[in-house]
Design a binder for this molecule. Structure first.
Ligand SMILES: C[S@@+](CC[C@H](N)C(=O)[O-])C[C@H]1O[C@@H](n2cnc3c(N)ncnc32)[C@H](O)[C@@H]1O
Length: 224
């Protein structure tokens, strides 16, 4: 449960999707729109976390940050980095983090289509990617963030005992992601049914699914 009173932080109106080009790697674009997030090569963790250490957990596509904020409050000894392509969402989470004086959470405006070069090899314990945008139409699938290149990046940054955690309520996305993971071959995939073996923190989309009785799949993909 998130214990922050979010009414203190009026949320801006945020569109479901932003400029379609931000979902593609920058090097594929002929003209880079001004709304394209910065391509970050290195980060100084002292600017993001009070202990100056890199994150132990990375939440890709953190949305409005419910999971990120709850996790940070429940695990003050860990640093959590959220990555979000929609600037107003990343900015709003940063306002909440600053307003609440949270020292171990940060939200980065960035497109993971450009990899994760600012995270060192074998440095992260957990990567989460919860309820990715499904991009149902065939011609839009190239906008899905979960690509063989991203999976290779996740594998690179995970510690030997680390794991990638996935949730989706869209069966075709689940199938697509499992196929990419199988092709990579570096993960052992387990479906998690018991809440006891999962995070206590919830995402906004997860709460929506729970409230509507929409089933969803939870996968733990341990690095082999
Ligand atoms: C359906 S929302 C889910 C948000 C949150 N994880 C949840 O479960 O409530 C998917 C999120 O992924 C973000 N996203 C999509 N593509 C991305 C990319 N290439 N880089 C970073 N974030 C991305 C979207 O902007 C959106 O906030």
């Amino acid at each position: 449960m998130l214990t922050i009173d979010l009414r203190k932080y009026p949320q801006p109106r945020i569109r479901h999707h932003t400029n379609p080009q931000v979902y593609l790697p920058r090097h594929q674009l002929h003209v880079v729109p001004p709304s394209y997030p910065p391509c970050i090569e290195r980060l100084d963790w002292h600017h993001l976390f009070s202990d100056g250490r890199p994150p132990t957990i990375v939440d890709i596509g953190c949305g409005m940050g419910r999971f990120l904020l709850s996790y940070a409050l429940n695990h003050p000894e860990q640093n959590i980095l959220g990555i979000e392509v929609r600037k107003p969402a990343a900015d709003w989470i940063t306002t909440v983090i600053n307003g609440e004086g949270i020292k171990n959470a940060a939200a980065l405006w960035y497109s993971v289509a450009n990899g994760l070069p600012f995270l060192d090899d074998a440095s992260v314990e957990m990567v989460t990617y919860f309820f990715p945008d499904p991009w149902f139409k065939k011609r839009h699938i190239k906008r899905r963030a979960f690509t063989p290149a991203l999976v290779a990046e996740i594998y690179r940054i995970l510690r030997p005992d680390g794991a990638l955690y996935l949730m989706t309520d869209v069966p075709m996305v689940d199938e697509y992601q499992r196929e990419i993971l199988h092709q990579h071959g570096g993960f052992s995939i387990e479906e998690v049914h018991s809440d006891d073996e999962w995070f206590a923190e919830r995402t906004d989309q997860e709460l929506f699914c729970l409230s509507k009785g929409i089933p969803y799949v939870r996968l733990r993909c341990r690095k082999r």
